[in-house]
Design a protein around this ligand. Sequence first.
Ligand SMILES: [Zn+2]
Length: 376
Amino acid sequence: MSTALIYSEQYGRFDYGPEHPLRMDRLGLTWRLMEAYGLTSLPGAKVLAPGPVDEEALARFHTGEYLGVLKAVSAGLEVPGLARYGLGPGDNPVFPGVWEVSCLVAGGSLLAARLVADGEVARAFHFAGGLHHAMPDRASGFCYVNDPVLAILALRDRAWRVAYVDIDAHHGDGVQFAFYREPGVLTISTHERGDRLFPGTGFVHELGEGPGRGYSVNLPLEPFTDDGVYAEGFEAVVPPLIRAFKPDVVVAQLGIDSHRTDPLTHLALSVQGFTLTVKRIVELAPRLVALGGGGYDLGNVARAWTAAWAVMNGVELSPELPLGCRPELARFGFSNGSLWDPPAELPEDFQSQAQQYCRHQVEAIRRTIFPLHGLA
Ligand SMILES: [Zn+2]
């Protein structure tokens, strides 16, 4: 099995600002944990640094007006009415180099898509990617440019059927929007319910339009959804739909803000639950373009994406974290010496509420979407 890991040290040059939850440090931390486990020098795995793409590549999804504004503010120019483009203090701050880093993230995800499309590798992982909220004409939810959409468009150029599986705690709204009328792209997003969490969308009834009807799938989840409840919901929905759709490639967004210690969300997964889900995605995917996503507790991010990359290469990791990495992880608040999380005790009534909610959503998906795919 040939694979590719895509990473650039350049990412460390950029900074959303000291108050922002998205710390670029998480990428370097993840890289160093992978390195400490020997996962950056695996036989059969290429390690590649992306180059930036140009404006034309971004314009396949984004408007020229928005891209012009993003480029201008990145260079320090004053542009009035930034809120119109989702930019400004708060979620999507303007920082020096926001244009350059956006071009680099898009470049990494397009490189992953190209390597897989050309048959050079069967699985590629660009963990700086997965910025699924960006819209054609505005930034949203820490995302300026929608690299998953650009990667899917590149795979569609080969006339491939693309299944997009998004396990971030937030709804993959930008990707759903891009392909809402497109039956060649099946988008499936599991996430905390939209009436509890940003971006406020991702309900079962958002199932696509026109020829795309039935090709947008959403599994919303209740706060405190844990590994067991999540696995039950995922198994009931994702494998049957993927098998029925028969994709040529799966694009996966592997956000780890679904973790029980994530400061921005309320789901209750562990790194083990995340990793089992990644394993299922890998098993279901004839070819895989894997991207990162959210994750705001940095020790989780590094452990989860290291475990995900090991799964993509069929490597078993020792649960003991390599000693050399522990001091750095401790600096980011993670002092447990294990790759895996200790068992959690969730209040039972929360758990059964989460399970009931999940089962109810699965039923709704079975009733409304499964028949559109010939599934009983
Ligand atoms: Zn997220």
